[in-house]
Design a binder for this molecule. Structure first.
Ligand code: NAD
Length: 415
């Protein structure tokens, strides 16, 4: 549990807020508030030094009324059941906002993957599959990468699952390397999808891209591809960061490709030419038009929310804003594009990957990005419509839209 409270309780607060406007049936609400299945496994396997170690792991299946469960697998020392429950819950809502036929799930192993050798990581992944395999499958529950996991781990996952089942089953996991059934565009999907949504909002707010300044926290998979997509769309990236700190360029816009190249050479963004070193906290409070948290949860809190100067926040990380901070941002009329909409590009391309695997097809990058653009634009328009209809902010509108879709599916299945 984080110091800002239970992530799962925070997720439920967002549902309650939306339900103030919907007043859905209490029995259905009760179903949505509880994960359908919580699996806990102890994974036992031999480390390189011959010693046996035990790792705690989870898979939470939140809801499958709209389709098979879908959600990533996280390898991180801070994984907790509370966090996995929240992430599974958010996956159900995310899939419902972009209207893809999946429910929500999430998995996690309490481990620091940076401290394991490649062979140990493989052993741990295979040990997890050995426990989880009866509960997953292309029409049941489809895992994917998340923080601390990657296409290589998905490859081991698929290999072990196919070995146990006695048949190759590429649609049982997404985020695979392209050579074994992964989709073009999966790597850039979350950042690119977020950029599409921001572009739609800035059109509505009549902000001109080359006059719109942006600060991005985190230059990982999501942050980098968002920076690169926004830069290509003509926006002005002026601040970027990683875990070591942030850089700010007052006079000239930053080129994300060059900053990433510099980070790869030196290990950090700090020291990049003609930039000022600032802290990650300072980055959040910069006088920019758009702030993009793309690193960790709980970054925008009741302490810093009153000091944020951006007009728009694009939540690419999962859960970067605490509910208390959210209230402050709403009072200050700062537009927040919520995580369940802003970062849904990743799961959308995972859905495309699953579809390609089921049909034994391979789509071109252009086709994937065009279809992603269509999905993200439609989802933004629908959330915008709900925001106007109910006179609420985008987060509540996205939750109203998703809750309606999930509740309807539960109701129809129960009839
Ligand atoms: P990543 O591990 O590739 O990148 C994380 C980045 O955050 C790195 O640049 C790291 O240096 C930086 N970072 C770490 N600690 C930091 C700190 N204290 N302050 C500032 N920066 C810090 O992870 P990612 O895949 O880019 O995921 C980032 C966020 O986006 C997570 O919240 C994840 O759950 C969410 N997300 C990811 C995807 C996806 O497709 N990868 C999809 C939806 C949501």
């Amino acid at each position: 549990m984080s110091k800002v409270g239970s992530a799962f309780q925070n997720a439920l607060k967002q549902l309650d807020l939306a339900n103030n406007y919907l007043k859905i049936d209490q029995a259905i609400l009760k179903i949505i508030r509880k994960p359908q299945k919580t699996l806990k496994f102890l994974l036992k396997f031999k480390m390189d030094n011959g010693k046996i170690r035990i790792f705690r792991s989870y898979r939470v299946q939140h809801d499958n009324s709209r389709g098979p469960y879908k959600g990533g697998l996280r390898f991180h020392p801070n994984v907790s059941l509370d966090e996995v429950k929240a992430l599974a819950f958010w996956m159900s809502f995310k899939c419902a906002v972009v209207d893809i036929p999946f429910g929500g799930a999430k998995g996690g192993i309490i481990v620091n993957p940076k401290k394991l050798s490649l062979a140990e990581l493989e052993g741990l992944t295979r040990a997890y599959v050995g426990k989880i395999y009866p509960y997953i499958g292309p029409k049941k529950d489809i895992p994917a990468p998340d923080v601390g996991t990657n296409p290589q781990i998905m490859k081991w996952f698929l290999d072990e699952y196919s070995r146990i089942r006695g048949k190759l089953s590429p649609a049982s996991i997404t985020g695979k390397p392209i050579e074994i059934g992964g989709s073009e565009g999966r790597e850039i999907a979350t950042g690119f999808g977020g950029a599409i949504v921001l572009k739609e909002l800035t059109k509505k707010l009549k902000l001109i891209p080359d006059k719109t300044t942006i600060a991005i926290q985190g230059l990982g998979n999501v942050g980098y591809h968002a920076a690169s997509s926004l830069d290509k769309m003509g926006f002005k990236i002026v601040a970027l960061s990683d875990s070591k700190g942030a850089i700010f360029s007052q006079d000239k816009k930053l080129n994300p490709e060059e900053v990433l190249k510099y980070k790869k050479q030196t290990g950090s963004v700090l020291g990049f030419a003609q930039t000022k070193k600032i802290s990650n906290q300072d980055l959040l409070e910069l006088p920019v038009d758009v702030l993009v948290p793309a690193a960790l949860e709980n970054q925008i809190t009741k302490e810093n929310a009153p000091k944020i100067k951006a007009k728009v926040i694009l939540e690419l990380a999962n859960g970067p804003t605490t509910p208390e901070a959210d209230q402050i941002l709403a009072q200050r009329k700062i537009e927040v594009i919520p995580d369940i909409l802003a970062n849904a590009g990743g799961v959308t391309v995972s859905y495309f990957e699953w579809l390609q695997n089921l049909k034994n097809e391979h789509w071109t990058l252009n086709r994937v990005l065009e279809k992603l653009k269509e999905k993200m634009t439609k989802a933004f328009e629908e959330v915008d419509c709900f925001a106007q209809e109910y006179q609420v902010n985008y987060r509540t509108a996205a939750y109203i839209l998703a809750t309606k879709r999930i509740a309807e599916a539960i109701k129809i299945r129960g009839e």
